[in-house]
Design a protein around this ligand. Structure first.
Ligand SMILES: [Zn+2]
Ligand SMILES: [Zn+2]
Length: 141
C-alpha cells in the first residue's frame, strides 16, 4: 500500500511538488535548493525582484502602445488587430501534473510511488489559472 501524498506549489520556484507522508514535514519548498535560496534571500529581495519585473512589463506595454500609435499615424485607413503569439499557444502541461493525472505519483524527495489520494482538487484548481479572454484586447479610452 502506497503512502498518501500531498501536492503543493514550491514557495521558491512555484513548481508543483508531490511529497509522501513519511517525508512530509510541512514542507513548502521543492528541495534544499529552494529552501536554501529562500534563507539566503530575504523577503524584501523577492519583493524587489517582483517590482522590477512588474515595472519592466509596464515599460514594455508603454513601448508597445507608442509603437502602435506610430503605426496608426502611418496607416490611417487600415487597421488590424495584432494577436500576441503567446496568447494563441496552449499552456505547457506540467510534467508532474500529467503524471498525477495518470494516477501515479512519485514522492519528490524519496522517489517512492504514492497514491494521489484526493489531491485532484489541487490539480483542478491549477487548471483555473488560464487568463481571461478579454485580457488580450487593448484597452482604448
Ligand atoms: Zn522550488
Ligand atoms: Zn517520500
Amino acid at each position: 500500500m502506497e503512502p498518501s501524498a500531498r501536492l503543493y506549489n514550491c514557495a521558491g520556484c512555484y513548481s508543483l511538488v508531490a511529497i509522501c507522508s513519511p517525508c512530509d514535514r510541512n514542507n513548502i519548498y521543492c528541495g534544499s535548493i529552494c529552501s536554501g535560496a529562500a534563507r539566503r534571500e530575504s523577503c524584501s529581495m523577492a519583493a524587489k525582484r517582483y517590482q522590477k519585473s512588474h515595472r519592466g512589463r509596464l515599460k514594455n506595454a508603454e513601448r508597445q502602445r507608442a509603437f502602435r500609435g506610430r503605426q496608426k499615424n502611418k496607416v490611417t485607413h487600415h487597421s488590424s488587430t495584432v494577436i500576441p503569439p503567446h496568447a494563441v499557444l496552449p499552456p505547457k502541461p506540467n510534467k508532474l501534473i500529467s503524471r498525477a493525472v495518470s494516477g501515479y505519483l512519485h514522492c519528490h524527495f524519496c522517489g517512492k510511488p504514492c497514491s494521489p489520494f484526493l489531491r485532484r482538487r489541487f490539480l483542478r484548481h491549477s487548471e483555473q489559472h488560464s487568463p481571461p479572454r478579454s485580457a488580450s484586447w487593448p484597452l482604448t479610452p
